[in-house]
Design a protein. Structure first.
Length: 431
């Protein structure tokens, strides 16, 4: 009877296998490690052999055309974006009790309402052209299969979209406005709902009107905030003003993001970077503003200046010229009477406190009385103000002098005003 013996490999084969194993381990060690801030997530293409798709989609029980597990869509997204599966706790922004409810009657909006029922399809499908179809489901702004961690980046034509918007469609600011898939600039996403490409909500009061943002930010305008191109006020005083911003530091040659003004109001305290992950999901400030801005209610006769009323402006601009009654020229403003208007007019006038009422105004002024349309002067309520520079356009409570059609400002060279404001008649008053 033969004895069975275990087959043995020659020593040279054993040594070769060991060498291959060691080489493989060394190669694995040399591979770059994934960044700690960007762990693998479900928003990636895992190929046909993965069950990642089932995180969001259900073949037999999906509840809409995209086989999404649950509706509204935000219910699904918040299963991760509630601070458990994602570092971005978006659900908390919508459940924050300090954020008021939207009031459509007064054009007072504090959130993009992600939970409202709609006929939404996807961010790649044009659902807005020429119709009143306002909705903001998560994938109206985000394409969940193509998200990246890339930050927004500035250019002379506006800020390129961050990775959070990769693969999302928008509206190009061409003439005429056109659907753009995919978008390139961050502001192109906003133009889907906030331009004449769609049907805008209608309001009678000037302070409540919804205007065409594509036209407002047209670089051909005489005055605009620098969203699509650097601004036209390139004076040293403007640069000095911008150098004193409390949060953002820009120059007169910079462009800015919509999100530098419109983002979660709780973010400002964390001093986010200008290219950071800002988002206009919800804010305690009307208009989804990053900081407070008083623009409808005028000051009662004896109310003192309060910097918190204009906190939004001071994110970019130095607050120093506005907090003093001095009327002396300054290096950080082109208008030496800014401080006087905001601090030195207590108990001046006797009108109402509604900025939309002609003749209103009892005391210290607010920024919005001389810079009524903040985005630009394109749709200023007085037609004669629509081509003014330096963001100057007067609110409805400011009245023309007798015989004039509009309150008038002569411009940055002649420097006179002809108008009636807070009961005072400015008869070509120089400054």
């Amino acid at each position: 009877m033969k004895t069975l013996r275990r087959a043995t490999r020659p020593r040279w084969i054993v040594a070769a296998i060991a060498l291959l194993v060691l080489s493989g381990l060394a190669a694995l060690a040399a591979l770059p490690s994934p960044a700690a801030a960007d762990p693998p997530g479900p928003h990636v293409d895992g190929g046909g052999t993965t069950d990642t798709c089932a995180t969001c989609h259900r073949t037999h029980t999906g509840q809409n055309d995209n086989l999404i597990e649950s509706v509204p869509q935000s219910t699904l997204c918040f299963t991760c974006h509630d601070g458990t599966g994602s570092m971005y706790n978006v659900a908390a922004e919508y459940s924050d009790p300090s954020i008021p409810a939207n009031d459509t009657a007064t054009s007072s909006f504090y959130s993009h309402t992600s939970a409202d029922p709609s006929t939404h399809t996807s961010a790649r499908v044009d659902e807005f052209a020429g119709v009143l179809n306002r909705h903001a489901e998560c994938s109206d702004c985000h394409s969940p299969h193509s998200l990246t961690s890339v930050n927004a980046a500035p250019t002379a034509s506006g800020w390129l979209a961050s990775g959070a918007l990769t693969g999302t469609a928008g509206v190009a600011a061409t003439v005429p406005l056109t659907w753009k898939d995919p978008l390139a600039y961050e502001y192109e996403l906003c133009l889907k709902c906030h331009s004449s490409y769609t049907q805008l909500l209608s309001y009678a009061k000037q302070s409540q009107k919804k205007t065409d943002k594509a036209a407002e930010f047209d670089p051909a305008n005489e005055s605009y905030h620098p969203l699509r191109a650097p601004g036209k006020n390139t004076t040293a005083a403007m640069d000095n003003s911008l150098a004193g911003g409390s949060l953002w530091q820009y120059t007169s040659g910079s462009t800015i993001r919509c999100l530098n003004c419109h983002a979660n109001g709780g973010l400002a305290a964390g001093a986010p970077t200008s290219d950071g992950k800002l988002a206009p999901h919800a804010s305690r400030n009307r208009g989804l503003l990053l900081a407070n801005y008083r623009d409808r209610d005028l000051k009662p006769a004896l109310e003192a200046y309060g910097g918190a009323d204009f906190e939004l402006c001071y994110l970019c601009h130095s607050s120093a010229p506005f907090a003093t009654e001095t009327q002396e020229p300054r290096s950080d403003t082109n208008f030496r009477l800014h401080g006087f208007h905001l601090t030195g007019m207590s108990a001046t006038g006797s009108g109402s406190l509604d900025i939309d009422t002609p003749g209103a105004g009892q005391g210290n002024a607010i920024c919005a009385e001389c810079h009524f349309q903040l985005h630009s002067t394109r749709f200023a309520p007085y037609a004669g103000n629509q081509a003014y520079s330096r963001g100057v356009n007067f609110s409805p409570n400011v009245q023309p002098r007798p015989g004039l059609a509009d309150p008038q400002w002569s411009g940055p060279t002649s420097r006179t005003c002809a108008l009636v404001c807070h009961g005072k008649d400015h008869n070509e008053d120089p400054y």
